[in-house]
Design a protein around this ligand. Structure first.
Ligand code: SF4
Length: 420
């Protein structure tokens, strides 16, 4: 897929989360312009399968070979014990060819300015930029890109755009915190795992009950239904529908959340936003104003097949309300799940990510927004032995009806499942 639409060079950069080399390959395959990832040290998302030094260097060179930029997260709030190791780490990132670092701690920004002044600084959402004065402040500190707080509406984004020259980056898709990013101590309090050191245990997704002081051990459900009440559980952010307005507002990058999500999820979301941006670019090329555009229904159909906790536009149009929370369950049941990654196009060999059986309906995620729907009619293990069921992680030769053509290595397949 194109890294930049052939129709409009003014589209925002599509920035994808990458928690492993496989996710990097998938995000690039589906058209990310840039990716962000963490090293083993100094990065939030401690459990995202972050990259060691060799892995970082390999990821950067693979991305650069494909014309994709790499930003490295160094967005912890550091303690004194971290400081001595930061300078050599930042120097290593610069020498490895990183295109920027994502930072939130003023101390780390200061160290980076002293020791790696040529390495662009991108301000993390953890720094909560909610106004133009704050934006100007961070620019004076040497930051070249601001990831704006997720608590902003469109008009506030426009006002910051007007007041600043720096690149503006906006989260468009993924999980939300119930607090300002970086200002939540729930995880620390309940589990001792520090969200600001990348180790959040996500207690905002737990099911809660009430205990009366004099009746220890008796849990009174505060339930919406028999499944319990997830009182802090925000729906996931989705600004797909609002992409034309973000393009019109002059945002420089749109960012997808989810370094801990699967390659199947990352690929499907990147593909959707790539195709949506390219469609907008095409319409602009044809003379239409971005502000007047509405994405065709097919994009929303595609969105409905990607795993979610439900969708909210958060603060983009109005203040969120109880409608933007998912009180009665942890997530929405899915009717499609990622089932495999193409390892070889001809003969078609996939690596499974879910149980796959003969007769399953499968969609191949290709270059057009409409996926190719096929049925599995035969399978064999890699040595050619016929099988009627494949388990996750297996290499499988796949025959479908109709036969899939124009299959590409690294592409994804998903399968329809019955809701439980
Ligand atoms: S507990 Fe939830 S709201 Fe708090 S930091 Fe973690 S993900 Fe965000």
């Amino acid at each position: 897929m194109s890294q930049t639409s052939r129709f409009s060079p003014t589209l925002p950069e599509l920035l994808a989360p990458v928690g492993s080399f496989e996710k990097l390959i998938t995000a690039i395959h589906y058209g990310a312009d840039a990716v962000y990832l963490g090293g083993k040290a100094f990065s939030l998302r401690a459990r995202a399968g972050n990259f060691d030094e060799l892995g970082l260097r390999r990821a950067i060179s693979y991305a650069h070979e494909h014309g994709v930029k790499v930003y490295i997260t160094v967005n912890i709030f550091a303690h004194n014990r971290d400081i001595d190791d930061l300078t050599p780490y930042l120097t290593m990132l610069r020498d490895a060819g990183a295109d920027g670092i994502i930072v939130s701690d003023p101390g780390i920004i200061d160290l980076a300015r002293q020791h790696v002044p040529d390495l662009p600084l991108h301000l993390s959402t953890q720094a909560n930029v909610t106004n133009r004065a704050s934006a100007r402040f961070w620019i004076k500190q040497g930051v070249s890109r601001l990831n704006l707080a997720r608590e902003l509406g469109l008009e506030e984004i426009r006002a910051i755009r007007k007041a600043t020259e720096a690149d503006l980056e906006v989260f468009v898709h993924g999980a939300l915190c119930i607090s300002y990013s970086g200002r939540c101590m729930l995880s620390n309090y309940f589990t001792g795992r520090n969200a600001n050191l990348g180790d959040c245990a996500h207690p905002c997704r737990y099911s809660y009950a009430v205990v009366e002081e004099k009746r220890p051990g008796q849990y009174f459900p505060v339930e919406e239904d028999q499944r319990g009440t997830y009182i802090f559980n925000s729906k996931d952010l989705c600004l797909l529908k609002q992409l034309p307005l973000l393009v019109d507002a002059g945002v420089n990058a749109v960012k997808i959340e989810g370094r801990m999500k699967s390659a199947g999820y990352v690929g499907a979301v990147v593909r959707l936003y790539r195709l949506a941006l390219d469609w907008i670019g095409e319409q602009i090329f044809l003379g239409k104003a971005a502000v007047s555009l509405s994405l065709p229904e097919t994009f929303h159909n595609e969105l409905s097949k990607i795993g979610t906790r439900g969708q909210t536009e958060n603060f983009f149009r109005a203040r969120p309300s109880s409608e933007d929370m998912l009180y009665d369950r942890m997530r929405i049941e899915q009717s499609w799940v990622p089932v495999g990654i193409v390892r070889q196009a001809d003969p078609l060999l996939i690596e499974t990510r879910h149980v796959l059986r003969i007769g399953d309906q499968v969609e191949y995620l290709g270059r057009a927004i409409e996926p190719n729907l096929v049925t599995v009619n035969a399978m064999a293990s890699a040595d050619g032995t016929a099988i009627d069921r494949a388990n996750p992680g297996q290499q499988v030769l796949l025959h479908t009806k109709p036969t899939l053509d124009q299959v590409e290595t690294h592409a994804l397949l998903r399968k329809r499942i019955e809701p439980s």
